[in-house]
Design a protein around this ligand. Structure first.
Ligand SMILES: NC(=O)c1ccc[n+]([C@@H]2O[C@H](COP(=O)([O-])OP(=O)(O)OC[C@H]3O[C@@H](n4cnc5c(N)ncnc54)[C@H](O)[C@@H]3O)[C@@H](O)[C@H]2O)c1
Length: 431
């Protein structure tokens, strides 16, 4: 359990952050978050001024961390950098208060487990973990150590998605019947950016989770079943375990007894010069309305000779993460991709510094109640990820078109294969 002293005993309050993984997402969101907070501090009525410092990082080789440190100069604290073997162990040997995990998704669990066991608050990139068994362990550790365990779903802070949720919560859009979401990543992601860890992986786990959480969080309901198929042959062999694209279907049931089905299509082999870059489209159909969202229709299209669409994007999402010259002459990098990290830091600061030590448990419980990012609220999303991974593994092993039922008579997650009378229980307890 963390026992950080209150401001009155120590002067300015300080939270030291640790970073596991210093890749693309670090550069896009964590780096500006840590730089912004170093420059401005974090102010909040609940805890006053809290300084946030990047104190230590762990990565495979340490090369990007070294290059960043040199380039950033005093925009960032003089952080320690650890690499394999046991970079995470060394990072946890320092006095960090919270740890952000941004490694490839099949390595989230070990890093998060070690950090929680060491009594650190933890923030994990999506998808949090790949199975409910892992999720249960992390939740238990967070409870035992009395720290926060959270996951980053920045799309929930996209103003468009906040508006969707508002219309649903206010019963203006009534009962979702069905919908689809697509997210298409360019080939460069599978071909070079992620080439080190892509074998055996699929774009569904990596990006469909954004929409799974949006659906789960916005519409609520109980998950009933998961089906999935996909295509191979570009990133890896046509009969191997590495997937180019996936099509996932999830079915939910609501308190009314009515159901809804959602199809989520993802790919990481879209041509690099496709103007959408990360093409995103959603449609949700309600009893009394239709919601349509399209990344290429919501805002700006900007062409610059010799820059777009490869070096610069034609469709710029200025809400997610933009570098701006502000009207007052300051340079900034802001957006919901960074805001979501700052909110986690505020939650940690309010637990540790937001009132008397005797009331820490209450503040911890309040922070845990935030369903948008607490690991304990990630059960149905992780269940879908686990089911999808199992269905694709069976498919790669020559048994396509399996379906997973949720909270069936045999268990919480049960996989049925066509032609087989014997189901496989992926997860025994209720989801
Ligand atoms: N929120 C989003 O929209 C978004 C976007 C991109 C990536 N992500 C997520 O962020 C995570 C990382 O993705 P990325 O694009 O930054 O990947 P990346 O391949 O660019 O970087 C991965 C980093 O993890 C480090 N690493 C790998 N194995 C490690 C280990 N065992 N111990 C310590 N460090 C290790 C690597 O050295 C590298 O620094 C993934 O979970 C991904 O799903 C989220």
């Amino acid at each position: 359990m963390n026992t950080l002293p209150a401001e009155s005993e120590t002067g300015p309050q300080l939270l030291r952050g640790g970073m596991v993984g210093v890749g693309m997402i670090f550069d896009e969101t964590y780096r500006p978050f840590f730089e912004n907070s170093r420059r401005d501090g974090l102010h909040d009525r609940r805890f006053g001024l809290c300084e946030i410092e990047l104190a230590a990082v762990a990565s495979r080789t340490g090369k990007r961390a070294a290059a960043y440190k040199q380039a950033a100069k005093n925009r960032i604290a003089d952080f320690q950098s650890f690499s394999e073997p046991d970079g995470i162990g060394q990072l946890l040997g320092t006095d960090v208060d919270f740890v952000c995990v941004a490694t490839p998704d099949d390595r989230h669990f070990k890093a998060a487990q070690a950090a929680l066991a060491a009594g650190k608050h933890v923030l994990i990139e999506k998808p949090s973990v790949l199975s409910l068994q892992e999720l249960d362990q992390l939740n238990q550790l967070a409870l035992d150590k009395q720290v926060l365990a959270k996951v980053v779903y920045h799309k929930l802070f996209d103003p468009d998605h906040k508006k969707l949720r508002t219309l649903v919560a206010d019963d203006i859009l009534q009962h979702v019947n069905n919908g689809y979401c697509t997210l298409l990543e360019p080939k460069i992601i599978s071909g070079s950016q992620f080439s080190e860890w892509i074998t055996g992986r699929n774009p569904g786990t990596y990006v469909a989770v954004h929409y799974l959480k949006l659906i789960d969080f916005t519409f609520g309901g109980k998950l009933k079943s998961v089906a999935c198929t996909g295509q191979r042959g570009i990133v890896g062999p046509h009969d191997g375990p590495t997937w180019d694209s996936t099509q996932l279907r999830v079915i939910y049931e609501y308190d009314s007894g009515r159901e809804a089905a959602f199809d989520i299509h993802t790919s990481w082999v879209t041509p690099d010069n496709f103007p959408g870059y990360v093409e995103q489209e959603v449609q949700f159909r309600f009893d009394n309305g239709v919601w349509n969202g399209h990344s290429r229709r919501r805002g700006v299209e900007c062409t610059i000779e010799e820059k777009t669409p490869i070096e610069a994007k034609i469709n710029i999402n200025n809400h997610y993460n933009g570098s701006f010259l502000e009207p007052d002459g300051q340079r900034s990098q802001v957006g919901y991709g960074i805001e979501v990290l700052e909110r986690f830091a505020r939650e940690v600061a309010s637990v540790e510094f937001g009132g008397p030590a005797e009331a820490r448990d209450e503040r911890l419980a309040a922070a845990r109640d935030l369903a948008y990012n607490d690991l304990s609220s990630d059960r149905q999303v992780v269940a879908i990820v686990q089911a999808m991974e199992a269905i694709l593994a069976r498919h790669a092993a020559g048994q396509p078109n399996c379906v997973v039922h949720v909270n069936a008579s045999q268990g919480g997650l049960v996989l049925y294969a066509p032609g087989s009378a014997e189901p496989e229980v992926l997860y025994e307890p209720t989801v």
